[in-house]
Design a protein around this ligand. Structure first.
Ligand SMILES: NC(=O)c1ccc[n+]([C@@H]2O[C@H](COP(=O)([O-])OP(=O)(O)OC[C@H]3O[C@@H](n4cnc5c(N)ncnc54)[C@H](OP(=O)(O)O)[C@@H]3O)[C@@H](O)[C@H]2O)c1
Length: 313
């Protein structure tokens, strides 16, 4: 079947609120070297989407801009140099330069893997960036080992709920923070100690933690330093302020998450964990493409439990 030359996509021409997002008819992208054209079914929403839209990333991304980095869908065509994929394959992964909120997107083959049989397009689209961030922060930078204790600040969100399960899978003890309404959710995911961030800090966690993953950030990060053992590691994935004096005194390293571009090898590992039921992705809500603005608004509320996904088909 001949592919149409245009497609529906969400685009914006200026930074601003969710109202800048427009549903438009735009050209179907061409595939470049090493790329795969994917007919998009699901697009994962990340806070980065509305942060870029609001202008937090400045001029780094050219306008007009199609948001959406995490995608799942079906392969339509592959560049001559691509091996390992063919039309009709169900895939998921991450684009190199957003563009996911559209009927078609070109994705580097090295950022894609075949979808595991047991998960659907919505779950697959929810995984790439949040899972990669959690993995990298905990295991590569945090060097978390079995038997150690990790505190996940913001354990009910997109990154946090996957990090909680990855840490449990590794054999670590997990302390997770969230509001009281999320306690049953975190208990079901296997949290060892639940901390309601609106209540007083429970006793017994001072200097008991090996690694902190801070997904919340903000001005008041010093209490997280107090929970760490001397020599512990704090990995912020959101902007936060932590006393460098206090950290130095206890030989705590504070190192913002910094990761290489996503790789198929990681996606495959993660896909296996999900396929075998060791990790579950929680879906907060699903929106159709034309309601991408509502999906952004919901993400901006910072009250998401698990992940938001946009369903394109
Ligand atoms: N998603 C990614 O792949 C990624 C990658 C790199 C960096 N980041 C950054 O990391 C941060 C988190 O990302 P995310 O995708 O996990 O966000 P998210 O899904 O929007 O996080 C929402 C969660 O944050 C919790 N929360 C809000 N305030 C809290 C507080 N004071 N203490 C504890 N929990 C709190 C909420 O729990 P309650 O509803 O219970 O309050 C909610 O479950 C963002 O700043 C994002 O830009 C994300």
């Amino acid at each position: 079947m001949e592919l149409a030359s245009t497609m529906k996509a969400i685009r914006y021409y200026n930074h601003g609120g969710p109202d800048v997002l427009r549903l438009e008819e735009v050209p179907v992208p061409n595939t470049g070297e090493g790329e795969v054209l994917v007919s998009v079914h699901g697009v994962g929403v990340n806070p980065g989407d509305w942060q870029i839209r609001s202008g937090f990333a400045g001029d780094r991304f050219e306008l007009p801009y199609i948001p959406g980095w995490d995608v799942s869908g079906v392969v339509v065509s592959v560049d001559d140099n691509v091996t390992g994929f063919r039309p009709g394959d169900m895939v998921f992964g991450m684009t190199a330069n957003s563009g996911g909120c559209a009927e078609y997107v070109a994705v580097p083959a090295r950022h894609l893997v075949l979808m595991p049989g047991s998960i659907d397009f919505v779950e697959a689209a929810a995984l790439p960036q949040s899972g990669f961030t959690a993995w990298h922060a905990l295991f590569v930078q945090g060097k978390l080992e079995a038997g150690q204790t990790v505190l996940i600040n913001g354990a009910a969100g997109g990154v946090g709920h996957l990090a909680l399960q990855l840490a449990r899978w590794k054999g670590a003890n997990v302390i997770g923070t969230a509001s009281a309404r999320n306690e049953p959710f975190l208990r079901e995911l296997g949290v060892d100690k639940f901390v309601d961030y609106a209540a007083a800090l429970p006793t017994g966690i001072t200097q008991s933690v090996d690694v902190v993953l801070d997904t919340v950030g903000g001005d008041n990060g010093d209490w997280l330093l107090d929970t760490l053992k001397p020599g512990g590691r704090l990995i912020p994935i959101a902007w936060g302020r932590y006393s460098s004096e206090k950290a130095a005194k206890a030989s705590i390293s504070v190192q913002e998450v910094q990761y290489p571009p996503i790789a198929a090898a990681y996606l495959e590992k993660f896909a296996r964990l999900v396929d075998t039921g060791l990790i579950k992705v929680a879906i907060d809500s699903v929106f159709p493409l034309e309601e991408t603005a509502k999906a952004h608004e919901k993400s901006e509320s910072r009250r998401v439990r698990g992940k938001i996904v946009i369903r394109v088909r």
